[in-house]
Design a protein around this ligand. Structure first.
Ligand SMILES: *Cc1c(COP(=O)(O)O)cnc(C)c1O
Length: 350
């Protein structure tokens, strides 16, 4: 097999050893001589996978017994409505920082009042709004830590006296953070932690139970918490893949992972900034270290650049259809060698 440099935004690159473990488990899961995808989710082998997948999240995030960890289906997109259905009684505060935030806002509006306390829509979501006021009478504040499409990332989170809810789909486990500042974190697995098909939700105890509406069983966080994510059949393959990725993350530690992510982002932004033909599309101080967005100043040459990338076995560089240009997603599992390969193509492009 030729090495392809995988810059896909999601589903995205996973560590080779995680993929190998998944292949092994598909053939023979934990020496059962059965495949991972043909055994009961209530077998002791799979119950142990789920247990470890939850335990490692808390360990890596340095969270204590006051947090619950669950794995759900329906993607981060279902969390847009579940967070609101479970938490929104009267009004919530949101930041509008891009496509995903907008979708979260749309769903929340079905359950209560939504105030946009910060927005970067005026400049096509090219920056992170700051210094906004979150008064104490909101049920919660919702933000998106990393804007996968526009390529911006929150470097700090506002101090507020209301629960902090965060969509971390595209930068979860990419950096050290004080995770205890969050009351609810959710992330679709397929960007930075595993195969598509499961969504991680981390919830601080005591957060739930404050809304008066009926919450349908499957959409009630308490259902899944009380059954250890096994109320119904979980996405066994995806959870297994997450567990393997979490082992890989835990072995290195978030500090090491963050250091490499910073180095990769620096190398790429540096070339974009110093190359006359290209330019970045986001405010420098809000640049994402996960999704690096850039354009050719002369966009009539876009196809030439994409074919130069293809010739160098670089995949997944085309920007999201809503913004155009280019996007290099450099998630945890992408090596510096792949970033260097891209930088060499950018350098050679004349
Ligand atoms: C990809 C993405 C989503 C949507 O995830 P799904 O699992 O496909 O529903 C939501 N939020 C962010 C920030 C994303 O990057």
């Amino acid at each position: 097999m030729t090495k392809v440099h995988n810059f896909s935004a999601g589903p995205a690159i996973l560590p080779q050893e995680v993929i190998q473990s998944c292949i092994d488990a598909l053939q023979n899961f934990e020496n059962t001589d059965l495949s991972l995808i043909e055994v009961s989710h209530r077998s002791k082998e799979f119950v142990s996978v789920m247990g470890e997948a939850c335990h490692l999240v808390k360990k890596i995030m340095k969270l204590g017994g006051d947090y619950e960890v669950i794995y759900l289906q329906g993607g981060a997109s279902t969390q847009f409505l579940m967070t609101a259905m479970n938490l929104l009684e009267k009004k919530a505060a949101f930041t509008n920082t891009g496509t995903w935030a907008k979708k979260a806002i749309k769903e929340a509006k079905a359950f209560g009042n939504v105030d946009i306390v910060g927005s970067s829509e005026d400049k096509n979501f090219s920056y992170i709004p700051k210094d906004f006021d979150i008064s104490d009478d909101y049920d919660y504040f919702h933000c998106t830590s990393n804007n996968t499409i526009s390529g911006t990332q929150m470097q700090t989170f506002p101090e507020c006296n209301v629960p902090l809810v965060c969509d971390m789909s595209s930068d979860i486990f990419s950096r050290e953070l004080d995770f205890t500042q969050f009351d609810l974190i959710y992330a679709g697995a397929q960007k930075n932690m595993g195969p598509a098909g499961t969504t991680l939700v981390v919830i601080k105890k005591g957060l739930l139970g404050n809304v008066t509406r009926y919450i349908p069983t499957m959409l009630d966080y308490n259902t899944h918490i009380s059954k250890d994510s096994m109320f119904n059949t979980p996405s066994v393959f995806a959870v297994y893949g997450c567990m393997q990725t979490l082992r890989w993350i835990d072995k290195q530690g978030l500090a090491t992972i963050e250091k490499l992510n910073t180095q990769k982002a620096d190398v790429l932004y540096n070339e974009i900034d110093n190359n006359d033909l290209f330019e970045g599309t986001t405010a420098v101080e809000d640049r994402s270290k996960m999704n690096i967005t850039f354009v050719l100043k002369d966009d009539s040459r876009n196809e030439d650049f994409l074919s130069a990338c293809a010739d160098a076995n670089i995949s997944g560089i085309k920007g999201h259809r809503s913004v155009g240009g280019f996007r290099a997603s450099i998630y945890n599992a992408l090596g510096l060698d792949s970033v260097t390969a891209l930088v060499n193509v950018i350098k050679a492009f004349k």
